[in-house]
Write a protein that binds this ligand. Structure first.
Ligand code: BES
Ligand code: ZN
Ligand code: ZN
Length: 443
């Protein structure tokens, strides 16, 4: 049991009481920090309190809503989560409940938001020999079926990908023994099934060794989370379906491994994307943009209201912003405003990055093909040249690319997440979708 305002609660009703300080009252949105500090404080405090209860091996905890039951539930659900699937000694299960009857709906919403992010954390943290492309797709299918009866799922096989002429995606996949999968999910929450959908696209590299441009072995294990884009967009659609959001959403996730083998891409190889553009693969470790090039072309088939892709795309993104915020590259200020406002509420922040022609020139100046998969000044502005590359496969006027490499994992920066894969920015995507659905209704 936790109490946050001890004087209001009868301590003798509960065997144990945890009291946590919340900081200043009614602190609200911080202009400097670009988030709601009050909500962040509640998430952090509740997570600490719940973990204390967990350490005491008490199976149930009542949580004071602290004036914001959604943030309190998020703190509880996110704070208690730990990936211990393969350990004999597991963390005790603690069930958090709302104390009192104020904010029942908000508590429920916060629980669903938190569980959504935890699903992404689970998919990202799981070892790559368990989460192969097909296993990823099957697990997401199982979650979607449990969430909503009206969701359509297509687990497309290699032959379908070949028919679609996704030559860039296939060139990465062919280096591995694991067959690729193209996951396609349709959620029709809008009253009008023909309403233009929000299309979410996620990079799904279930393991990125770098291929022939092999990565250093130290830290390579973290590349089991290189499907973080696919994990967050799939978790977002599961969450949207659970919440019954009144909008149409399509999720597309190209899934494969990036491995070195006799069949793998070689530096200098030229491949052809679905839209006919040729790409010189100068570095086989810049594979994410090859998958996304084809997936983005395909995403244009759905008369989308907006296309948003998420990808653990570049180490350069981590160098630029670290884990403070997801980098957003977008051609649409409308889309930017919605994402930004959503992120202020969730505390899982976004920051706008440039899509200048300056960077485009650095990927189109290529000896053998229309595009090179790395910028000609290689490391300079690496996150921006990657985004400029993706832009070459986009014609829609509302598109955003989210580079989530910097927020992929948590050491101790986000106090309400334990160390490990972070599942960010799932809640921001869900909040963004909620806002679009409200826009829908007022239109
Ligand atoms: N998956 C990586 C990017 C990454 C790095 C994600 C660290 C999360 C943490 C991506 O496929 C990659 O290796 N990108 C290269 C691109 C380079 C070769 C142009 C990189 O960032 O070094
Ligand atoms: Zn790579
Ligand atoms: Zn990668």
């Amino acid at each position: 049991m936790c109490i946050w305002e001890a004087e209001r609660t009868f301590v003798h009703d509960f065997p144990s009481v945890v009291v946590v300080g919340l900081g200043k009252k009614s602190i609200g949105v911080s202009d400097q920090e670009n988030w709601d500090e009050g909500k962040e404080n509640i998430r952090a405090a509740v997570s600490v309190g719940c973990r204390q209860v967990q350490d005491l091996e008490i199976p149930c905890v009542e949580v004071d809503p602290c004036g914001d039951a959604q943030a309190a539930a998020e703190g509880a659900i996110l704070g208690l989560y730990e990936y211990d699937e393969f350990k004999k000694r597991k963390k005790p299960v603690v069930t958090p409940q709302l104390h009192g009857s104020d904010g029942k709906e908000a508590w429920q919403k916060g629980t669903i938001y938190g569980e959504g992010q935890n699903l992404a954390r689970h998919l990202m943290e799981a070892p790559a020999n368990y989460i192969t492309p097909i296993k990823f797709a099957e697990l997401v299918e199982q979650k979607l079926k449990a969430a909503h009866s009206g969701v359509k799922i297509h687990i497309r096989s290699k032959s379908w990908i070949e028919e679609q002429q996704m030559g860039a995606f296939l060139s990465v996949a062919k280096g591995s023994e694991e067959p690729p999968v193209f996951l396609e999910i349709h959620y029709s929450g809008s009253a009008n099934t023909n309403d233009p959908p929000l299309v979410l696209v996620g990079k799904g590299v279930t393991f990125d060794s770098g291929g022939i441009s092999l990565k250093p072995s130290s830290g390579m294990d973290a590349m089991r989370a290189d499907m973080g884009g696919a994990a967050t967009v799939c978790s977002a659609i599961v969450t949207a379906a659970t919440l019954n959001l009144p909008l149409n959403i399509i999720v597309l996730a190209p899934l494969c491994e990036n491995m070195p083998s006799g069949r793998a891409n070689k530096p200098g190889d030229v491949v052809r994307a679905k839209n006919g553009k040729t790409i010189q693969v100068d570095n086989t470790d810049a594979e994410g943009r090859l998958l996304l090039a084809d997936a983005l072309c395909y995403a244009h088939n759905f008369n989308a209201r907006a296309i948003v892709n998420a990808a653990t795309l570049t180490g350069a993104m981590d160098i630029a912003l670290g884990s403070a915020a997801t980098g957003v590259f977008t051609n649409s200020s409308w889309l930017w405003t919605h994402l930004y406002e959503a992120s202020i509420l969730t505390g899982d922040r976004v920051w706008r990055m440039p899509l200048f022609e300056h960077y485009t020139k650095q990927v189109t100046d290529c000896p053998l093909a229309d595009l090179s998969n790395v910028g000609k000044y290689s490391r300079a502005g690496g996150a921006c040249t990657a985004a400029a590359f993706l832009k070459e496969f986009v014609t829609i006027s509302h598109w955003a690319h989210l580079d989530i490499a910097g927020v992929m994992s948590n050491k101790d920066e986000v106090p309400y997440l334990r160390k490990g894969m972070a599942g960010r920015p799932t809640r921001t995507l869900v909040e963004f979708a909620t806002r679009l659905s409200q826009d829908n209704q007022s239109a």
